[in-house]
Ligand binder design. Structure first.
Ligand code: NAI
Ligand code: MG
Length: 352
C-alpha cells in the first residue's frame, strides 16, 4: 500500500469547512482506489491562535512541515488581524520558504455550471503564476509615518533565475496540452525594466520549445481577451501580482470564486508542495455551511496527481463533474445545496 503524509492547515473562515469536506472526499478517493492511503495530520495554525500565541507558525514549524509529502491549505484571514499580517504570517512563509515558485491555476467551465459569459464554454485555461518573487517579494518600506512627507515603497524584484524557471515550467506544461499554446503577459510598455527582462527571457526560453506556439499580451489587454475571446487562450504565464488578479477573474468567468483551485508547486520536489482553493476566508458565509467545496476538491485532485496517483486524480475530477452536471450547486452558483450536500454527492459519485 502506498502511503502519503499530508499536512492539513484549515486556517480561518470557511477554510476549516472546505478542508473538512476535502479530507472526506480524499478519504473516499483512497478507499475506492484501494492502492494508497493518506496519513493526515492537522495543524491549528490560524488567526484565532495567532491572537492567543503571538505567532501563526511556531518555532520549528516549517521544519516539521517539511517532512510531509504535501500540504492541504484552507484560507487565512480574519477581521481581527490585518490582512498583510495574516498573509505574511502563514501562507507566504510556507510558499516562499518551500520555494513553491510555480503556482498553477486551471480554469474551465465545469458541466452544469453557468458562466457569466455567453461563450463561457470556451474557457479552458491554465494560468501560471510566478510565486516566489516579483511584486510580492516583500521589498519596500515606510518612513516618516504619519507626517506629510511620509513615504511608502513597494519594490518588485525580478531575477533572471526566477524568471527563467517560471517560463521553463510554463513551456513544459503548455507542451503537454493539446493546443500547445503559451501567452506571455506583462506590462512592458509602461514598466520598462523588470517587465522587459521578462519578455526577453521568455523568447530566449521559447527557442527550446519550437513545438509550443507563443504570443504576448499586455495585462490590461488580456483581461478583455479573457472576456471576449476566451477560446484564443490556452496557457498564460504572468507575474505574481498579475496572475493573482487574472486567476480571480478566470474563476469568476468559470462560475464562481468557489471553483478556482490552485497548486503551489516546488517542481524539483526538494520541499512539499501546497494545494489550496484560491478563495479566502469568505467572512460573509462563514459558519453557514454553504461554502462551495469544489475548489478544494479540484485542488485535492491536483494533489493526487502530484503525488503520483493519476488514476485517483482523474476519478475525483470525474466525480466532481458528475456532481456539477447533476445540478448539486451551492448558493454562489445559484443553487441551494449545502457544503455537505456537495460533499456527499461527490463521495457518492466516487463510489458508483
Ligand atoms: P474571499 O475569497 O474570502 O471572498 C470573496 C467573495 O467570494 C465573498 O463574497 C465570498 O463569500 C465568496 N466566496 C469565496 N469563496 C467561496 C466559496 N468557497 N463558496 C462560496 N462563496 C465563496 O475574498 P476577500 O473577501 O477578499 O477576503 C477575505 C479574507 O480572506 C481576507 O482576510 C483576505 O486577506 C483573505 N484571503 C486569503 C487568501 C488565502 O488564504 N489564500 C486568498 C484570498 C483572500
Ligand atoms: Mg488572490
Amino acid at each position: 500500500m502506498r502511503e502519503y503524509s499530508l499536512a492539513a492547515i484549515p486556517g480561518d473562515g470557511i477554510g476549516p469547512e472546505v478542508i473538512a469536506a476535502g479530507l472526506q472526499v480524499l478519504a473516499a478517493s483512497a478507499a475506492v482506489d484501494g492502492g494508497f492511503r493518506l496519513a493526515v495530520e492537522r495543524f491549528d495554525w490560524n488567526s484565532e491562535n495567532f491572537l492567543k500565541r503571538g505567532h501563526y507558525i511556531p518555532e520549528g514549524g516549517l521544519e516539521r512541515l517539511r517532512s510531509f509529502d504535501a500540504i492541504f491549505f484552507g484560507a487565512v484571514g480574519s477581521l481581527e488581524v490585518a490582512d498583510h499580517v495574516s498573509l505574511w504570517g502563514l501562507r507566504l512563509p510556507i510558499a516562499q520558504g518551500f520555494d513553491q515558485y510555480a503556482n498553477v491555476r486551471p480554469a474551465r467551465l465545469l458541466p452544469g455550471i453557468k458562466s457569466p459569459l455567453a461563450n463561457g464554454a470556451d474557457i479552458d485555461w491554465v494560468i501560471i503564476r510566478e510565486n516566489s518573487e516579483g511584486e510580492y517579494a516583500g521589498h519596500g518600506g515606510r518612513a516618516h509615518r504619519g507626517l506629510p512627507i511620509e513615504v511608502g515603497t513597494e519594490t518588485a524584484v525580478f531575477t533572471r533565475a526566477g524568471v527563467q524557471r517560471i517560463h521553463r515550467f510554463a513551456f513544459e506544461l503548455a507542451r503537454k496540452r493539446p493546443r500547445r499554446q503559451l501567452t506571455l503577459v506583462t506590462k512592458s510598455n509602461a514598466q520598462r525594466f523588470g517587465m522587459v527582462m521578462w519578455d526577453e527571457i521568455f523568447f530566449e526560453v521559447a527557442r527550446d520549445y519550437p513545438d509550443v506556439r507563443t504570443d504576448r499580451e499586455l495585462v490590461d489587454a488580456v483581461t478583455t481577451r479573457m472576456v471576449l475571446k476566451p477560446k484564443s487562450l490556452d496557457v498564460v504565464v504572468a507575474t505574481n501580482l498579475h496572475a493573482d488578479i487574472l486567476s480571480d477573474l478566470a474563476a469568476a468567468l468559470s462560475g464562481s470564486l468557489g471553483i478556482g483551485a490552485t497548486a503551489n508547486l516546488n517542481p524539483e520536489r526538494q520541499f512539499p508542495s501546497m494545494f489550496e482553493p484560491i478563495h479566502g476566508s469568505a467572512f460573509d458565509i462563514t459558519g453557514k455551511g454553504i461554502a462551495n467545496p469544489i475548489a478544494t476538491f479540484w485542488t485535492a485532485s491536483m494533489m493526487l496527481e502530484h503525488l503520483g496517483e493519476a488514476a485517483a486524480a482523474r476519478r475525483l475530477m470525474q466525480a466532481i463533474e458528475a456532481t456539477t452536471a447533476a445540478g448539486v450547486h451551492t448558493p454562489d452558483l445559484g443553487g441551494n445545496a449545502t457544503t455537505r450536500d456537495v460533499t456527499d454527492a461527490v463521495c457518492g459519485a466516487l463510489r458508483s
